[in-house]
Design a binder for this molecule. Sequence first.
Ligand SMILES: Cc1cc2nc3c(=O)[nH]c(=O)nc-3n(C[C@H](O)[C@H](O)[C@H](O)COP(=O)(O)O)c2cc1C
Length: 366
Amino acid sequence: MTKRTLFTPYTLGSLSLSNRVVLAPLTRNRAGQGLVPSEFAATYYSQRASAGLLISEATQISRQGQGYQDTPGIYTPAQIDGWHAVTDAVHAKGGKIFLQLWHVGRVSHVDLQENGAAPVSPSALRAATKVFVNNRFEDVSEPRALDISELPGVVSDFRQAAANAIAAGFDGVEIHGANGYLLDQFLKDNANLRTDAYGGSIENRARLLLEVTEAVVSEIGADRTGVRLSPVSPANGVSSSDPQAQFDYVVEQLDALGVVYLHVVEGATGGPRDVAPFDFAALRQRFKNTYIANNGYDLDLATSRLAEDQADLIAFGRPFIGNPDLVERLKRGAPLSAFNPATLYGGGAAGYIDYPTLAESSVSAS
Ligand SMILES: Cc1cc2nc3c(=O)[nH]c(=O)nc-3n(C[C@H](O)[C@H](O)[C@H](O)COP(=O)(O)O)c2cc1C
């Protein structure tokens, strides 16, 4: 049997990936007029097209789903066209790309909502977190609880956004069920105090995510639908009293729906992997298709997790920001460049598409 390494090809549903490195979704707040991906986005993604799979930055499915300034959407014809330029550029380099579908729920600000409306949430509980809006980080606004009669509308916004993503040329979509955004707010019981069919029991808290997934699968097919989860991440102020039981159940149900991949943030997003006890192997055992592992991976950890068969693909987030040619650098064991934190969120080309490849930096050094 061929040894599984980061650099061996992989078959994801009907797609042939050239390696097992995945670009994790990274919000960069550079969308232009109409929240259309910026003119630089096609360059940014195509620079990283040597990854086996790219996952786009989180992209709101509706105006209500936006929580930060200048994040792109996928609900207008202009946004679909803007994304088409990105998918064309990635495909021209032989890359594959999924779009991450996002509804932020309560992690938003009235200045981003239609007519200054309150952001929506499972329950009227404000998160202890900030959003980037009006060119600075501000506290989120007080949310209002979604009425049960509004939930089919949220599901249909996800369904339509998935159809729009395919129209924009994406190879598939990733449903953002992680990091304390709307679907994770329903899953985690410190954010969900509902007493209807969408709150309380493990099954009820999972209902919205599963309805969304079912709708997306019926719209574009299970082999083009992935789901991202972060069972123990405290991102954006969420926590669960029973994460193992909750996520064991969710993953069994996602397996039954046949989604093509499960993308798991292992630990606190961008923080410690061991933030809370959790058996991630139990999720992998419950899921037949592809398991993408993320959070704090480097070459050594990725290599050993693949060799131990604890993951099929490894997603890298921060390392990709300053290293467009991350795959090549990992292959050679070359040093990685740091990124500039000042240009992470917002701005233009600087700190976005001007990080050199290894070859380019050796030319400029000589
Ligand atoms: C600048 C930045 C933007 C991010 N944006 C997103 C996002 O849009 N969607 C998402 O699911 N995670 C997002 N994340 C989390 C990353 O996808 C990833 O889970 C995290 O950085 C941990 O992986 P790493 O250790 O390889 O960086 C973001 C992280 C960073 C640093």
